[in-house]
Write a protein that binds this ligand. Structure first.
Ligand code: SIN
Length: 284
């Protein structure tokens, strides 16, 4: 669509665009809000630069896209129950940064988030980029035979690898975030392997290596070859974009049709982001 209020500049061929000409600290008029929403649907993840916003303004912007999406396991920011701080200190050398494996947010929930907003307070001099991958394109690129088979399959998702009793990502080494692991993380939830986006009507792949633990009615070993193939296929370089953060950059991604990955390549630098989450619906 032709935009009149905003300037939308794609950053890669598959997904991702910077949106210029908007100041998110100000009240947005209806047309600007609608154009931002359209840019979000068209580009799957959109980025804003040089936004001087308070936590309250971030929450207000997030709410334009839907109600607060519950965030389990991670302690919210003091005084701001809708915000989590994604932080890694300069001297933390953990191999498990938050979001450091390809995933879509909280796909283990019955109604996984519609999307998330991430605002950069402090960024490394270099490194700490976030990558995104386009799950429409991942689905579209499959053969007809594979699509037909996947269309009928259900996957089982769980937070257990990240937050369960036997969590394998070592968040304990991440001392700057309070992350709770336990039996709640071991619960399981079923979702279709291919979902239809509720707003665009397009089909996309909806499995990810952090939270998808097996295919329904199959063992983990039986599921592993197909899931491993899909996880690798889904993030082929040509389906991705990579965002270079600066202080005061902000991202808004569509969690229904993307995956993302926070690169952990900035030892010696501090990185602090504020994340807000938008409630979604049950995948169909
Ligand atoms: C996340 O997965 O929500 C964090 C992404 C990032 O820190 O870049």
């Amino acid at each position: 669509m032709p935009y009149q209020k905003i300037d939308v500049r794609p950053i890669a061929g598959s997904l991702g665009a910077e949106v210029h000409g908007v100041d998110l600290s100000q009240q947005l008029d209806n047309q600007t809000t609608e154009e931002i929403h359209q840019a979000f649907l068209d580009n799957l993840v959109i980025f804003f630069r040089d936004q001087d916003i308070s936590p309250e303004q971030q929450v207000a912007f997030t709410r334009k896209f839907g109600p607060y999406g519950p965030v389990p396991f991670v302690k919210p920011l003091d005084g701001h129950p809708e915000i989590i701080a994604v932080v890694k200190e300069a001297d933390e050398t953990t191999s498990a940064n938050f979001g450091g494996t390809w995933h879509s947010d909280f796909s283990f929930q019955e109604e996984p988030p519609l999307g998330s907003v991430l605002y950069a307070l402090e960024t490394p001099d270099y490194g700490g980029d976030t990558m995104f991958a386009n799950m429409y394109q991942a689905y579209d690129a499959l053969s007809d035979g594979m699509k037909e088979m996947l269309d009928g399959l259900i996957a089982v998702h769980s937070a257990r690898n990240a937050y369960g009793t036997r969590a394998k990502y070592n968040f304990k080494g991440l001392r700057s975030m309070e992350i709770e692991t336990g039996a709640e993380g071991d619960k399981e939830m079923e979702h279709p392997v291919v979902r239809t986006h509720p707003e665009t009507g397009r089909k996309c792949l909806f499995v990810n290596p952090v939270y998808t633990i097996r295919l329904k009615d199959m063992t983990e070993r039986e599921s592993a070859p197909l899931l491993t193939y899909l996880h690798q296929h889904a993030v082929r370089p040509e389906f991705t974009c990579r965002f270079r953060w600066q202080d005061k950059s902000m991202a808004l991604w569509d969690n229904r049709c993307t995956q993302h990955l926070a690169l952990n390549d900035y030892p010696g630098f501090r990185r602090e982001m504020h994340r807000t989450t938008i409630a979604g619906d049950r995948p169909h």
